[in-house]
Structure formats: C-alpha cells, structure tokens
Design a protein around this ligand. Structure first.
Ligand code: SAH
Ligand code: SF4
Length: 413
C-alpha cells in the first residue's frame, strides 16, 4: 500500500462522541470508502525506489528509520525539519550527521508538487496549477485578506458529482489526491511566500502565532468533494494540524461538502475542523436538480447531520453556502424558507454570487436580489455576508476551477 493512500488512524484530538443516528451509517461509510479506493493516487515511491516522506504518518517514518538501521527518534527530527522548518534538502538538516544525511537522501525524498503555471489576479488572488509526478494537475488558490489569507486547496482531480453551476463538475473524476499531494499544496504555497519556519510555539488550540501570516487559514473548497476522499484529506489535515510541524489550528481550517451525510459525522468526530455545507436550494425538487447528490441525501437528512455535528456551537457555527443564481433560487420567499430550515442550527450563511465560466448555464443574481435575500437573513439574526467574488479574471473564484487532466485509458491509469 502506498504511503499516500495508506490508512491512517492516529488523529490528534480525542474523538468526540458520535450520535446514535450517525452510528447507523457505518455500512454506508464502508461503501463510500470502497468506492473512493477505486480512485486511489499512485504510490508515493519514485521510479528509482526512493520514498516520499511528505505525507507519511509519523509512526511510518519511525518504522522506515528502523528499517535502514536507525533509531526511531530520528522520525521526530525529520518531522521538525520537514514540517516546521520546511526544508526539502537533507543536507540542510544540521542536527543530523553528514553520513546519515547522505543515506537519507539515497532512500527518501521530500517533494513538492511542480508548478506548471501561476497566475495573479488584479485583486491579488493567486492561482497555481500544480503538477504531480504522474503528470496530473490541480488548481490551488490563495485569497489574500489584509494581513492574512486563506489557501483554497483541492482534494480530487475532477469530481464525481455534477452540480450544474460548477465548472469542476463538468470534469469527470480523474483520481483522488494522495496525502502528500494535498499537504504539498500548502507547503508549496508556504515556499512561495517564504513563510517557513512555523511561528514559535505553533498555534495549537490557543490559536496564536498565525496572525500576521499570509497563509493563516485553509479552506478545503477547491476541486473535488473532500468527503469522497476522506482517508487522504483526514491524514493530510492531521499532518497540517500536528503541533510539532505546521501546527495550523483546526479553528483555522474549514472543510466544505456538498452533503456526504455519513462522512460528515466522522469529519466532526475525528478532525473537528469547521464545516461548510453547500446548500444552494431550499426544497428537494430544486436541490435534486442543481446538487444531484441531494437525491441520495435530501435536505432533511443533511440538516439533521448538521444539527448533530460535533463541536458546532454559537461560537463555532456551521457555514451554509448558497450560490445565488438569477431567477433560480434567489427569491425573497426562498430566503424566508432558508431561515425556517436553519432554525436551531448554529449557522451563518455565505451568499456567493454565481461565478460564471465558459459555457455556464446561469446568470449571477442582480445586486437587488442579493441585497433583498441578505436582508431577510440578517433580520432573522443570521450573519450573511455576500462573498465578494475574488480572482474571477483568472478563473480562480469559487466553482471556476477545472484542469485539462483526463482519466487515462484502462490499464494506463
Ligand atoms: N465539493 C465541495 C467543495 C468544493 S466547491 C462542495 O461542493 O462543497 C466550493 C464551493 O463553491 C461550494 O459551495 C460550491 O457549491 C461553490 N460553487 C461551485 N460552483 C460555483 C460557481 N460557479 N459560483 C459560485 N460558487 C460555486
Ligand atoms: Fe463537485 Fe463541489 Fe463542484 Fe459539486 S460544487 S461538482 S461537489 S466540486
């Protein structure tokens, strides 16, 4: 089994209790995992036999050290160099003697995705087209905001779901990204902004240390449905949150899902990151059409999963994303219906003006419709910022990401 696709059980937080209703979904979760495994990334070993250290769980690095005749504590040193210092060259690890540096370099690599293309929007948004070892590509976007900013990372190449307003949804799922490929997006962005090493003391749950950094937050809102690649995204976020490495607080990470109900419980229990849910419609007939996953997990089930999401509270609200499509889902009546649906959920609403892409079938709601909709939500006590479109000119805004990567013919994949 490859390091990047391997199972990973050591999560940093003590698991939160799972609600009894959620436990009933165990069989469904197994089916989802089995399906996800069909789209596994390639093995994280190079053709010359060297193994990728990025993405390996700590215990696995320790086992690798033992396998080359070293003491397991070397794993702690390596972890520090890789994830705290951001070093990619063994020769720079000055707490490790030269002969061992050489032996490590013979056996391992510390890689980054290749940069196939990079664009900067007039508003400062920056988009990378990253290329992995098998030539497949994804997009990652950095959205600056004063003295901070969020990196929008991708989890799959393409998507199995085909939400009608989403450009990624027009690209078939090519494959899942592996742990190294997901963590690598963040590490490469940190390289680009020169933000190594991790600030002193990391952030941990105290949430200090990231202030003033450009890469202060992560949103898992790029290409793909993260909860259909759960093993890899969970292992990747676990590495990113590790206190002795990148140490980004779970409070600074938001994962967006189109509503994979059985995996939402697991995400809350094991990772405890902020949750964003792509709702986009207030009745099943419309949501069936624009977010086809709704046929499997309808609105009532989705909202029930939100109500029991571990850790959701007034201080940590669930974000409901609502893409405003002109004349489709943006009436005042629907705004009232949304208020009714969200009753009792610690929620905030993100109204996203539809971002067009070549050949897209919708129009952005008018400013009046946006304002009217937001007013109803605000009057009901919901904070409902209208998300200013960012990076539209370089097709970097929500839902505009798509790459040329294609699924190779059977036998080659
Ligand atoms: N697959 C996940 C995360 C990626 S999409 C999900 O669907 O939640 C991130 C957000 O962008 C989602 O809320 C998605 O519905 C929204 N989105 C997709 N296409 C869009 C578009 N063209 N304009 C505005 N938002 C869009
Ligand atoms: Fe996939 Fe999310 Fe786009 Fe829907 S909105 S097609 S789930 S990436």
């Amino acid at each position: 089994m490859s390091a990047s696709a391997g199972p990973h059980k050591a999560f940093p937080q003590s698991p939160r209790p799972m609600a009894p209703e959620a436990l009933l979904d165990a069989g469904e979760r197994e089916r989802i995992r089995a399906k996800s495994a069909l789209f596994s990334p390639p093995d994280a070993t190079l053709a010359d036999g060297r193994r990728e250290l990025v993405g390996m769980p700590r215990e696995r690095i320790a086992a690798e050290m033992v396998a080359i005749g070293e003491k397991p504590f070397r794993a702690k040193q390596l972890w520090h160099w890789i994830y705290h210092q951001g070093v990619t060259d063994f020769a720079a690890m000055n707490t490790i003697a030269k002969p061992l540096q050489a032996r490590l370099a013979e056996n391992f690599v510390i890689g980054r995705p290749g940069v196939a293309e990079e664009q900067i929007s007039t508003d400062g948004t920056r988009k990378w087209l990253f290329e992995y070892r098998d030539g497949q590509k994804v997009e990652t976007v950095y959205i600056p905001d004063h003295d901070r900013g969020a990196l929008c990372i991708s989890t799959q190449i393409g998507c199995t779901l085909s939400c009608t307003f989403c450009h990624t949804g027009t690209q078939k799922l090519v494959r899942n990204l592996g742990v190294a490929e997901i963590v690598g997006q963040f590490m490469a962005a940190r390289d680009a902004y020169g933000e190594w090493p991790t600030p002193k003391g990391g952030s941990g749950d105290k949430d200090a240390g990231e202030d003033g950094r450009r890469l202060s937050n992560i949103v898992v809102m790029g290409m793909g449905e993260p909860l259909y690649n759960y093993e890899n995204i969970a292992a990747a976020l676990t590495i990113i949150m590790d206190h002795e490495g990148i140490a980004l607080s779970r409070r600074r990470i938001t994962l967006s899902t189109s509503g994979v109900v059985p995996m939402m419980d697991l995400c809350g229990q094991e990772l405890g990151v902020n949750l964003a849910v792509s709702l986009h419609a207030t009745n099943d007939a419309l949501r069936d059409e624009i977010v086809p996953l709704n046929r499997k997990y309808p609105i009532a089930e989705l909202l029930a999963a939100c109500r029991r999401y571990p850790g959701a509270s007034n201080a940590r609200r669930i974000t409901f994303e609502y893409v405003m499509l002109r004349g489709v889902n943006d009436s005042i009546g629907e705004a009232h219906e949304l208020v009714r649906l969200l009753e009792g959920i610690p929620a905030k609403v993100n109204l996203i003006p539809f971002n067009p892409w070549p050949g897209s079938p919708y129009k952005t709601s008018t400013p009046e419709a946006l304002r009217g909709f937001a007013e109803v939500l605000n009057a009901a006590g919901y904070s409902s910022p209208i998300r200013r479109p960012r990076g539209r000119d370089i097709l970097a805004a929500c839902g505009q990401l798509k790459t040329e990567s294609e699924r190779r013919r059977a036998g080659q994949a």
